[in-house]
Write a protein that binds this ligand. Structure first.
Ligand SMILES: [Zn+2]
Ligand SMILES: [Zn+2]
Length: 144
């Protein structure tokens, strides 16, 4: 909460109740929700907040680095209130996105230096698989 107040003040942005609500919701969940999911989750408490407002709030929060935008393919964006770099894994069956905790791939930035002229600043690691709820069904249907 202090974080968002300070950052918005620094950037001279208006800290609206909607922006706070979107941020607090993302901080409170590990689900990596889409804009639609955020909209639905906040609709009960903020019945006048439109989907467009949610999109705008997310865009602003991403711009000031309080929220990370994940492109999970097909123009499908998910939002993460955890901005420290961490790898993700997505279920190819239901689309659920999970954090992978306790491992860092920062050393990768160093190891690829010999393969590029670029100055390497960061990387994004994405794994794909089957979540606990989906793997039995998937393996059954695909004969694994
Ligand atoms: Zn799944
Ligand atoms: Zn995450």
């Amino acid at each position: 909460m202090d974080n968002i107040t300070t950052i918005f003040k620094e950037k001279k942005l208006k800290l609206t109740p909607q922006r706070i609500a979107v941020y607090m919701y993302l901080r409170s969940t590990k689900e990596h929700p889409s804009a639609e999911t955020v909209y639905k989750a906040l609709h009960k408490d903020y019945p006048t907040m439109s989907l467009a407002t949610v999109y705008k709030a997310l865009k602003t929060l991403v711009e000031v680095n309080l929220v990370t935008e994940l492109n999970v393919g097909e123009g499908n964006f998910r939002y993460d209130g955890q901005t420290a770099p961490h790898p993700h894994i997505q279920c190819i069956s239901c689309g659920k996105v999970d954090d992978i905790e306790g491992i860092s791939f920062d050393e990768l930035n160093d190891s690829i230096k010999d393969y590029t002229d670029f100055q390497v600043l960061s990387n994004k690691i994405y794994f794909y698989g089957l979540c606990n709820e989906c793997k039995d069904q998937y393996n059954y249907e695909n004969g694994y």
